[in-house]
Design a protein around this ligand. Structure first.
Ligand SMILES: [Zn+2]
Length: 222
């Protein structure tokens, strides 16, 4: 069993795996300054927790018992009860994560514009990171690519309109969008983004070929 830091937040059980901190440090390593890397880890921690809290709060309002985990792939909100959500509820749960991120980013932006205080270089750096992570990442997360939040919204919408839970069409839409993002990311020199897009396109290709969604993304999709 991996080491995890466990606590409760707003009534939700939260587990932070050691692998989350390893991922955060690796992503921030290019900053090359211990203090900046620490600030980056804190910003990432707060931002991902806010995103997951968004999912969890709306999930709880639908009678679920969500639990939050931060690990090497980012954040995950899941629930153990087998209670199913309607497609509409599922869409609102999916949207609530990016909505929480945009709200947090919007607050930071609002304060930085309305209360223009003299920030130290460190302070400006934290504001920049908070905006970057909460606004840019929230928007990227809304892309219609499974298992991103936007992908789950697209998947639920397709289930709703087609009246059947066929995984192949959502997988195909995801593949096309991920391929477009791959080309776009490469053309602007975003190698990491291109790699992520390639991985998402490949995962969806496997789903399209017939492997089930549950097997591809165990417990994932939030
Ligand atoms: Zn999410």
């Amino acid at each position: 069993m991996n080491w995890a830091w466990r606590f409760r937040l707003a009534g939700f059980p939260v587990a932070i795996d050691a692998s989350f901190f390893i991922l955060a440090v690796l992503l921030g390593f290019q900053l090359r300054d211990l203090r900046l890397i620490l600030l980056w880890v804190v910003v990432l921690f707060v931002s991902i927790l806010a995103h997951e809290l968004g999912h969890a709060i709306v999930g709880r309002s639908y009678g679920l018992q969500p639990q939050i985990r931060l690990y090497s792939m980012g954040g995950l909100t899941s629930w153990s009860s087998g209670r199913g959500l309607t497609p509409r509820q599922s869409i609102l749960v999916s949207l609530s994560g990016p909505a929480a991120g945009l709200a947090l980013g919007g607050l930071v932006y609002g304060f930085s514009v309305l209360e223009p205080i003299e920030l130290t270089p460190m302070g400006s750096f934290v504001v920049f990171l908070l905006l970057q992570v909460n606004i840019v990442w929230s928007i990227l997360n809304l892309l219609p690519i499974v298992p991103l939040d936007g992908g789950n919204v697209m998947r639920s919408l397709l289930f709703m309109f087609r009246g059947q839970r066929d995984e192949r069409l959502p997988a195909m839409v995801s593949m096309v969008v991920a391929a477009a993002v791959f080309v776009l990311a490469l053309s602007v020199g975003r190698t990491f983004g291109a790699m992520m897009a390639a991985w998402l396109a490949f995962s969806n290709y496997q789903t399209f070929k017939g492997e089930t969604y549950g097997a591809r993304f165990p417990g994932m999709g939030r």
